[in-house]
Write a protein that binds this ligand. Structure first.
Ligand code: ADP
Ligand code: MG
Length: 684
């Protein structure tokens, strides 16, 4: 890419006039980055028309209107009651003489507003109109302009998905400056680059909502390029890997550990586990590094499969690292693996952010010396001082939580080590090739023998009382219950009271109830979870926000209650449900929904009541996408695209995939991969 253009795209937004470091930080929260490029990839979600309305009575309550008004009188708000302020009211009239009152509740900029609206003048005012009992009001108008400046009000205003402290005017200002500066940066670029930025300009200046629909010409073009970037990255990474010759030939088998492992397992492996392990072993004796994804529903027994791979590695003396997304999960893996490793005779260790000082140093020395054969850990494993004698295998648990670049950062600590990714998120068959095209896939589609399907029902919030009396006897006879209350980011406080209230009300009935949420410090949280997992503690109910998430293993838990289940996406609900049904007794899942559940929300709950099959759920999830942001989408394992719509652009997936395979990856494709930050090291 032309240097001047690249520099511009990488420029920090704080250098744009009217932005500065504070706003740039806010942009970072919304855009996930603070460069001009991040802004360009964040497109409006709708268009608000601000064409002129002459008479207020032709509009409807709730409309956004733009209307010429004659200012009649000012009435300054005062204080009344307990220090609450009366709104300042400016009474105006439209062309027909119908009164329209403009109100300001916030007094900080009062003089400014009053100056903008002098008595006896005509002004163009734009904002949301409220008509109650024939009285028209506009609260805090979006625009107030003198008549001759009417064109300052955008006829079709692009509305950007925003966050705290960022107004639509700020978005428009940044956009305008970027697109004023851009043409100069595009001097002398090739046609494709020009076409790309031209498409971006069209979607940042939409004329109607149709321009922003997935089917519109420019969105579809951008979606195709985005897919092409990702597909090309996959193809490249695959080609790169096929070029690597394996070093296994220099690593002969020294010990016989696999048969030892089979002897110490406390259960028979399922057919699917055996098949997957065989596929892994075949990869490991092949002549290019393994890159395998194991997909299996929660509870299908992926941990043992991972252990088998690590043990196989240890047979030649090489080391394995297992990356887990949270401390809790890492500790849990370690607790499970350590006793088995002890029996097999390989050294297993754990490394998390909690390890400090000398203890940590010793762990690192043991890794460096090659003595530790399996290390389980979290982000702490990325640290520069973590070195291996011979890292042969990288295992990534719940791999969708980590980007390709992170998994590659770990692999870089060895000499082209094998990669094994574990995922509890099934990807619909139609998509797995295009999303995980650089990996081979094994599916564990069989649960350990004796597992009963989880019985799932849905229940309106009003019947929670019935539910409590219903599960009471079960709890008294020892059943363990997860009780999940969701948190929505915008209103953490009110949600916290919801969790707290539920906790108090359950405690009134059941006495020994645990509570965990994200605001607690990790130590306390882990201690409570430990207590819940412990049979002797008498704690049978754990009220939790989604911090219990993926992977927590309490096999004795047989009931999960999920409040406001309608707020979660299908995949997230399926994951949560997987917290139960891990033992041989019958388990139950109760989905509680609020009054204002949408028909899509209801559909999702019905899917869960009907099926337990992760693949069917994933397929349904895909078909129902586009119903707005759902809780837990990040956990659901889908790549978050800027322009691609999973439902509407399915044909583009196929097109881009075949184009990428036939392309010899020229400069334009490289540019695209950089633009869309595909996370694959595409260098030479
Ligand atoms: P996940 O696939 O969700 O990571 P785990 O590996 O944590 O599942 O296994 C879930 C539970 O099932 C664990 O308690 C594990 O010990 C047990 N398990 C795994 N494989 C078998 C098997 N073949 N037979 C019986 N129990 C098994
Ligand atoms: Mg697991």
């Amino acid at each position: 890419m032309k240097q001047e253009l690249a520099d511009f795209l990488n420029m920090d937004l704080q250098f744009i006039r009217g932005v500065g470091p504070v706003l740039a930080a806010r942009f970072n929260d919304v855009l996930g980055g603070r460069r001009v490029l991040d802004f360009l990839l964040h497109i409006p979600s709708s268009v608000r028309n601000r064409g002129i309305t002459e008479c207020v009575m032709t509009s409807t309550h709730g409309d956004t209107i733009t209307i010429p008004l004659l200012v009649k009188s000012h009435k300054q708000g005062g204080t009344f009651g307990r220090g609450r302020r009366r709104p300042t009211q400016i009474t105006c009239a439209d062309k027909s003489g119908t009164p329209v009152v403009i109100q300001f509740f916030n007094s900080s900029y009062l003089d400014y507003w009053l100056n903008k609206l002098p008595i006896g003048t005509w002004r163009i005012v734009s904002g949301k109109i409220e008509i109650v009992a024939g009285r028209a009001t506009i609260n805090h108008p979006d625009f107030i302009e003198e008549m001759q400046n009417a064109e300052k009000i955008p006829l079709n205003q692009a509305i950007y998905p925003s966050g705290e402290g960022l107004t639509q005017k700020t978005f428009a200002n940044v956009r305008d400056q970027i697109f004023v500066a851009l043409p100069e940066k595009l001097n002398g670029v090739d046609d494709q680059t020009r076409e790309f930025f031209d498409a971006l300009r069209h979607v940042h200046f939409p004329e109607s909502n149709d321009d922003l629909a997935p089917g519109s010409t420019y969105i579809a073009k951008l979606a195709y390029w985005e897919l092409l970037a990702h597909q090309s990255a996959i193809v490249l990474s695959r080609r790169k890997r096929d070029d690597v010759k394996n070093r296994r030939s220099v690593r002969p088998k020294k010990y016989d550990l696999i048969s030892k492992m089979r002897a110490v397992l406390p259960f028979e492996l399922t057919g699917a586990q055996n098949r997957t392990i065989n596929e892994i072993f075949a990869d490991m004796s092949g002549d290019t590094p393994m890159m395998r994804l194991v997909q299996g529903d929660v509870g299908s027994g992926k941990t043992i499969v991972a252990l088998a791979a690590a043990v196989k590695m240890a047979e030649s003396g090489a080391q394995t690292t297992l990356l887990a997304p949270t401390d809790t999960l890492a500790m849990q893996h370690f607790a499970k693996l350590k006793p088995m490793c002890d029996k097999i005779g390989i050294v297993c260790d754990v490394l998390t952010g909690r390890d400090k000082g000398n203890a940590r140093k010793e762990k690192l020395i043991s890794l460096r010396s090659g003595r530790t054969k399996l290390v389980v850990g979290t982000h702490a494993l990325f640290s520069n001082d973590v070195e291996y004698r011979d890292l042969g295998l990288v295992i990534v648990d719940e791999q969708h939580r980590f980007g390709v670049s992170q998994r590659e950062a770990l692999r870089a600590k060895g000499n082209n080590p094998d990669l094994l990714a574990l995922s509890a998120t099934p990807i619909p068959r139609t998509l797995s090739m295009t999303i995980y095209g650089d990996m081979d896939i094994s599916v564990i589609n069989e649960k350990p023998a004796g597992r009963l399907p989880i019985k799932t029902t849905k229940l309106p919030m009003a019947r929670v009382g019935d539910l409590v009396s219903h599960i009471r006897p079960q709890i008294e006879s020892g059943a363990k219950v997860f009780w999940v209350c969701p948190l929505v980011e915008e209103s953490v406080e009110s949600d916290m009271t919801a969790v707290q209230t539920r906790f108090e009300s359950l405690k009134a009935v059941f006495k020994n109830v645990g509570l965990v949420h994200g605001q607690m410090d990790k130590k306390t949280r882990d201690a409570v979870m430990q207590q819940f997992a412990d049979d002797k503690s008498g704690m049978n109910i754990l009220v939790a926000t989604t911090v219990i998430e993926v992977g927590i293993d309490v096999p004795q838990a047989t009931i999960i209650v999920i409040e406001n289940a309608e707020r979660f996406g299908l995949a997230a609900l399926h994951q949560l449900r997987g917290r139960v049904g891990r033992g041989s007794s019958q388990s139950y899942c109760v989905l509680i929904y609020g009054d204002n559940i949408s028909s899509d929300g209801l559909k999702r709950l019905n899917v869960l009541c009907e099926t337990d099959d992760g693949f069917i759920i994933a397929e349904q999830d895909l078909m129902m996408r586009g119903v707005g942001e759902l809780l837990g989408t990040k956990q659901s394992g889908w790549i978050q695209y800027h322009f691609v719509d999973y439902r509407e652009h399915r044909d583009l997936f196929r097109l881009a995939s075949s184009a990428a395979r036939n392309d010899n990856v020229g400069p334009w494709t490289h540019d695209l991969m950089n633009i869309f930050d595909c996370g694959v090291n595409v260098g030479a």
